[in-house]
Design a protein around this ligand. Sequence first.
Ligand SMILES: [Zn+2]
Length: 272
Amino acid sequence: MPETTIWICPVCGQSLTEFDKTLKCPKNHSFDKARSGYVHLLPVRQKHARLPGDNPGMVRARRDFLNRNYYQPLRTALCRTAELHQPGVLLDAGCGEGYYTGEISRTLGTGASCYGIDISKTAADFAARQDKQTRYAVGSVFHLPVAGASCDMLTSVFAPFCGTEFLRVLKPEGIFVMVIPAARHLWELKQAVYDRPYENQVRDYALEHFRFLEKINCNQKIFLETNQDIQNLFAMTPYAYRTSAHERERLQALQNLEVRTEFEILIYQKEA
Ligand SMILES: [Zn+2]
């Protein structure tokens, strides 16, 4: 049976209906699902690189790290937040390989329609392979292929923020959940690698046209058991790009490490 979705056609902007293996708009623009189940909705003009988004190596490092469940407490906290608000339609904008999306989707069950979008094809493919309950697409957070006022909840977990797009796709009074690292997130890892580690900058919580409802701190200490875990975690961070050969050597020498993880879950409501 064809099903309506919140996805819109990247060519003409009309709603996409999902069939068994394709999605189609009323003008018959058609988008095939990949074998794993995701659909590619990124127009060529928004595709600035051959493989946009995180490269496959980074996506794999992140998947391998997340599958070790060191970040399970954050995932559980996000599921609880979703459960509390009971969204009928949820979109995870910048969903990566669906570590959080999939579990939120399983928590909400069949009563909710869950969607995940990421600009990386590798990430969307991993996500769709392990989670058949969520609809995944390749697309940009800055030009969401999503109908206006279609989402009850939007989540953004360490993903790029685009206020105008998030406001557009949320229903009036829809809930926006953002996860950001706190000042001392991964402090011991930075200390082990850098001569002069610096704290993450924590920004002002105010967002235009959103009412700030609540902040949930999610802090814990994790014990990284192998060098591979440490390397994978490091590869997920923005500092991986600006690390010298000398600092990489230090990273490679670490056999295990206790490190603090400090997340802030910020919850907002779109103004009516
Ligand atoms: Zn169309």
